[in-house]
Design a protein around this ligand. Structure first.
Ligand SMILES: C[S@@+](CC[C@H](N)C(=O)[O-])C[C@H]1O[C@@H](n2cnc3c(N)ncnc32)[C@H](O)[C@@H]1O
Length: 242
């Protein structure tokens, strides 16, 4: 069976960790992430509550949410990132992480809130995006919020159908193989790496709202993010299960 294209991230994590990079994705010290999650937790009274994070990567949000007193579960398809997250979260007894394909598997639990930090935009076909959103929606209690943080955003994003990732590669003009130069810090040291880009799929505001509404979420807010290193053109979308 062919491996799904979104496993490209596992190969990337392996390469960057082997090169000595301490943390590839978000850091638990990212100021915007810390302040956004802090506000979201307070406004929704999530301290002490059960939160699921999809595409949790190396567990930065898990650290932030655990520090805020949330009971955290993180899932990701990349084994190397999950290992990193497990180490990071060792000191928090109410935090757990594990491997899960958020498109093909279900959480089999219900949560008080859900988070997705730059995970949704990694899914490029309409079918996978909708299946994942439906899984996320079904894993929430009624009234629960879901935050999509720093997802790729362009007002001019392609709004047509995408049935296969080969089709998406043609539309976006990028691929999962050609290496490009990326830099990352490890302590004081700057590490340069040639790695494939792993193209995601940006959407417009209307595009995001239509998608989340199509599985039953209420779209509550849309915040365009300032230019940033993690994902230069991005937005955060606030949703809720009615
Ligand atoms: C851009 S990274 C973001 C990681 C982390 N949330 C952060 O902000 O640092 C995208 C993540 O999505 C994960 N991912 C992609 N497709 C997935 C899937 N189908 N199920 C679970 N995780 C997936 C990748 O393994 C990767 O860790």
């Amino acid at each position: 069976m062919n491996k799904p294209y979104y496993l490209a991230y596992e190969a990337r994590y392996q390469k960057v960790f082997a090169a000595g990079v301490e943390c590839w994705g978000h850091s638990p010290d990212d100021e915007t992430l810390v302040s956004t999650l802090g506000k979201w937790v307070n406004e929704n009274n999530l301290a002490g509550k059960k939160i699921i994070e999809f595409a949790c990567g190396e567990g930065a949000c898990g650290v932030i949410l655990s520090r805020s007193g949330c009971r955290y579960r993180g899932v990701d398809i990349a084994a190397s990132a999950i290992e990193k997250a497990q180490n990071r979260l060792r000191g928090f007894p109410d935090a757990r992480v594990g491997i899960m394909d958020m498109v093909k598997e279900r959480t089999n639990e219900t949560y008080d809130a859900a988070l997705d930090c730059m995970g949704f935009h990694m899914l490029v076909t309409d079918h996978e995006r909708k299946t994942y959103l439906q899984n996320a929606f079904d894993s929430l209690k009624s009234g629960a919020p879901m935050l999509f943080f720093r997802e790729s955003y362009r007002e001019t994003a392609y709004g047509g159908k995408v049935d296969t990732y080969e089709q998406w590669k043609e539309i976006c003009g990028e691929d999962y193989e050609t290496p490009s130069l990326r830099c990352n810090k490890s302590g004081d040291q700057e590490i340069e790496l040639w790695i494939p880009l792993v193209p995601g799929r940006p959407k417009s505001k209307d595009g995001y709202f239509k998608e989340i509404q199509s599985v039953g979420f209420v779209a509550e807010d849309f915040i365009e993010m300032d230019l940033n290193n993690q994902n230069p053109y991005s937005a955060s979308i606030y949703a809720r299960k009615p």
